[in-house]
Design a binder for this molecule. Structure first.
Ligand code: ADP
Ligand code: TZD
Length: 585
C-alpha cells in the first residue's frame, strides 16, 4: 500500500499503547493516497479540521480556500484536466451547501468530482433535535449528484471511497457526494483490519468498446456525405484521446468545429478548423458527427435557423452520428441516425480502424466553400483586431491575450463573463488540449478563481484568467489564496464598470445606481496588492501586453485591471436571444 506504515496508518492514532490501531482520519487519507489522489481542495472547520491538517502532514497537497464554492469548482476542473476525481472537502450544512453548487456543476458538465463533507450526528439529525450545523446532507445531495454515499463505520471507508471514485469516473463522469459523519473520523479500529479494508480501485473507468455494427453504420453514413462536419465537445477533450482524434479529423479530411472547451484539442489554426465559418457550416452540413458534445442549448438543440431550419423549431435536414459514452444521449433533441456508444478513445480507434485505406476526402466544392468563408471572416476579424481605439474595447484588449497565448501555448486560459467570454472564445486561439477552461454547460459565473487555482496546481504552468468585472466578483476573494500559495495566476479583468456594460442609469433619477452597474473605475488591482501580489491598471493594449509578459516571466500572482469602454458590451453577450426582455443594443 506504500503510504501505510507497518503498524499505523498515515493520519492514524498516536503511537505507543495505540500503535496497533488506526482511525477514520488515517483511513480516509490512506484511501485517497492508495487511489493516486494527491490533492484536496478544502475549507477547514468542525468536523474536518483535523482531517485537513493530517492530510497535509501525510503528504497530500492541501489547498485551503476562502469559500467552499471555489474549492468545489477547483475540484471539478481538476477532474476535467486529469480524469481523476477532484476532491473537495467541506464542513457540514452551510459548508456543504456552499460546495453543492460546484457538485451540481460537475454533474452537469460531466466532470468527475467528489464532494466530501463532514456532517453532524445521525441520531440527532434524524430526530431533528437541532445539532450544530444539522442537515440531512445525503438527501439534499442526491438529486444533484451522479451518486451519493454515507459511511458510518471506519471499516467501510475503503468501500465508500472506492464506490465514490468508480461512480465519479466510470461511464459518463459526474459529481459524487460522500458523507462523513463527525463520529466516523476518530473511530479507532485495528490497524491490520483497517489496512485490509482499503480498496485500490482496479480499472476505475473501464473502456467501453463500441459495437462493430454501430461503427459501420456511422462510417457508411459519413462515406455518403457531401458536406460532412465533425463537432468536438468537451467530452472529446476529457477523453485524452488527442492523437487519435486528430488522426480521425485528418484522415477523413472533414472540417471540424470545436465547442468552447474543446478548443485546442487540435490547434485552432488547423486548416480543417471551421470555427471562423461556424454560421456557414452548421446549416450547410448534411452529415454531422458529434464527438463528446450534447445537442443542448449551446448547439441550438440541433435544429432551428442555426441549422438551416426554416423556423426556430424546424429540423435543418442534417443526419447525425453521435459518439458518446451515455447510451441515453442519442435522440435527446433530434434523431440520431448513427449512435456510437462507447468511450471516445475506443470509438475513435474503432472508426479509424474501420475506415481502412483509400478513404475518400469530402468533395472539393465543400472544402473550398468552407475555406472561402473562413478566410473572409478571418480577414474581417484581423481588420477589427488591428484597430486601436481609446478607450480599449474587447477586441483591442483580447488581441493582446491572443498574442500571449500564441507565444505560450501551454498556459491555461480560464474565462468567464458574458461579452468577456464570447469575445475571448472567438478571438483567442488555443493550441493544446484541455487548456481552455470556462463557464461550461450552465454558463455559470463564479468558476474563475477556483478554476485558476486548480489549473495552476494541476499543470504547474502559468494561468491567465480573462474575467468580466461582474464575473470576477463572484470569486474575487480567492486572490488571497492565489497569493498565499504563490501561484502563477494572472487575472485580467476586462473592466467595463458593470454587468454586460457600465452605462445604465436609474430611470427614476433616484440616488440608487442602476442594478447592472458597479462603482466606476474600481481599482481591482489593489485587491491583489493587498495580499502581496502585483496589481496593474492598464488603459492601453501596450500596458496590458507589458503586464502580461511580466506576469508570465515572473510567475508572480498578478491582477491586471484592463479598463474597457463601458459602452462596449451587449446585454447577455451572444445569447441575447435567450433573454426574454433584452433590448438588442
Ligand atoms: P460541450 O459542452 O463541449 O458541447 P457536453 O458537456 O455537452 O460538451 O458533452 C460532453 C459529452 O461527452 C457528454 O454527453 C458525455 O456523456 C460525453 N463524454 C464524456 N466523457 C466521455 C468519454 N470518455 N467517452 C465518451 N463520451 C464521453
Ligand atoms: N449568476 C450566475 C451564478 N451565473 C450567471 N450566468 C449569472 C448570474 C448571470 N450572468 C451571466 O450570464 S453573465 C453575467 C451574469 C451576472 C456577468 C456579465 O458581466 P461581466 O462580463 O462583467 O462578467 P461583460 O464582459 O461585461 O459582459
Amino acid at each position: 500500500m506504500g503510504t501505510v506504515e507497518p503498524q499505523v496508518a498515515a493520519g492514524g492514532a498516536a503511537a505507543g499503547a495505540q500503535a496497533q490501531s488506526t482511525d477514520g482520519f488515517g483511513l480516509v487519507i490512506d484511501a485517497l493516497k492508495l487511489n493516486g489522489i494527491d490533492t484536496i481542495y478544502c475549507l477547514p472547520g468542525i468536523p474536518v479540521t483535523d482531517l485537513i491538517r493530517k492530510s497535509q502532514a501525510a503528504g497530500l497537497r492541501v489547498i485551503a480556500f476562502r469559500h467552499e464554492q471555489n474549492a468545489g469548482y477547483a475540484a471539478s476542473i481538476a477532474g476535467f484536466m486529469t480524469g481523476k476525481p477532484g476532491i473537495c472537502l467541506t464542513v457540514s450544512a452551510p459548508g456543504f451547501l456552499n460546495g453543492l453548487t460546484a457538485l451540481a456543476h460537475a454533474t452537469t458538465n460531466c466532470f468527475p468530482m467528489i464532494l466530501v463533507s463532514g456532517s453532524s450526528e445521525r441520531e440527532v439529525v434524524d430526530l431533528q433535535q437541532g445539532d450544530y450545523e444539522e442537515m440531512d446532507q445525503l438527501a439534499i445531495a442526491k438529486p444533484l449528484a451522479k451518486a451519493a454515499f454515507r459511511v458510518l463505520h471506519a471499516e467501510d471507508i475503503g468501500v465508500g471511497f472506492a464506490r465514490a471514485i468508480r461512480a465519479a469516473v466510470s461511464g459518463r463522469p459526474g459529481g459524487v457526494y460522500l458523507d462523513l459523519p463527525a463520529k466516523l473520523l476518530p473511530q479507532a479500529i485495528d490497524a491490520a483490519m483497517g489496512r485490509n479494508s482499503l480498496i485500490k480501485v482496479v480499472d476505475p473507468a473501464p473502456r467501453q468498446i463500441p459495437a462493430p455494427d454501430a461503427v459501420k453504420r456511422a462510417l457508411d453514413l459519413l462515406k455518403g456525405a457531401k458536406r460532412p462536419l465533425i463537432l468536438l465537445g468537451k467530452g472529446a477533450a476529457y477523453a485524452q484521446a488527442d492523437a487519435d482524434i486528430r488522426a480521425l479529423v485528418e484522415r477523413t479530411g472533414i472540417p471540424y468545429l470545436p465547442m468552447s472547451m474543446a478548443k485546442g484539442l487540435l490547434p485552432d489554426t488547423h486548416e480543417l478548423c471551421a470555427s471562423a465559418a461556424r454560421s456557414f457550416v452548421l446549416p450547410e452540413a448534411d452529415v454531422v458527427m458529434i464527438i463528446g458534445a450534447r445537442l443542448n442549448w449551446l448547439l441550438s438543440h440541433g435544429k432551428g435557423k442555426t441549422w438551416g431550419g426554416k423556423d426556430a423549431k424546424a429540423w435543418g435536414g442534417q443526419k447525425f452520428v453521435q459518439v458518446d459514452i451515455s447510451p441515453q444521449e442519442a435522440d435527446s433533441n433530434v434523431r440520431i441516425d448513427a449512435p456510437v456508444v462507447g468511450d471516445i478513445g475506443s470509438c475513435v480507434a474503432a472508426l479509424l480502424a474501420g475506415m481502412g485505406a483509400g478513404w475518400a476526402k469530402p468533395p472539393a466544392e465543400w472544402l473550398a466553400a468552407v475555406a472561402e468563408r473562413k478566410s473572409r471572416n478571418v480577414a474581417k476579424m484581423a481588420e477589427t483586431l488591428a484597430r486601436n481605439p481609446a478607450p480599449m474595447n474587447y477586441h483591442s484588449a483580447l488581441n493582446v491575450v491572443r498574442d500571449i497565448v500564441r507565444a505560450n501555448p501551454d498556459l491555461c486560459l480560464v474565462n468567464e463573463g458574458a461579452n468577456a467570454l464570447d469575445f475571448t472564445r472567438s478571438i483567442v486561439d488555443m493550441y493544446q488540449p484541455r487548456k481552455r477552461l470556462d463557464v461550461g454547460t450552465w454558463g455559470v459565473m463564479g468558476v474563475g478563481m477556483g478554476y485558476s487555482i486548480a489549473a495552476a496546481v494541476v499543470s504547474g504552468k502559468p494561468v491567465i484568467a480573462v474575467e468580466g468585472d461582474s464575473a470576477f466578483g463572484f470569486s474575487g476573494m480567492e486572490v488571497e489564496t492565489i497569493c498565499r500559495y504563490d501561484l502563477p495566476v494572472c487575472v485580467v479583468i476586462l473592466n467595463n464598470n458593470g454587468v454586460y456594460r457600465g452605462d445604465e442609469t436609474n430611470p427614476t433619477g433616484g440616488r440608487d445606481p442602476a442594478p447592472l452597474v458597479f462603482v466606476k473605475d474600481a481599482r481591482y488591482e489593489k485587491l491583489m496588492e493587498a495580499f502581496g501580489g502585483v496589481g496593474v491598471r492598464a488603459t492601453t493594449p501596450a500596458e496590458l501586453r507589458a503586464a502580461l509578459e511580466e506576469a508570465i516571466r515572473s510567475r508572480r500572482p498578478t491582477l491586471v485591471n484592463a479598463m474597457i469602454d463601458e459602452t462596449a458590451g451587449t446585454e447577455s453577450g451572444r445569447i441575447t436571444n435567450l433573454n426574454p426582455t433584452a433590448k438588442k443594443k
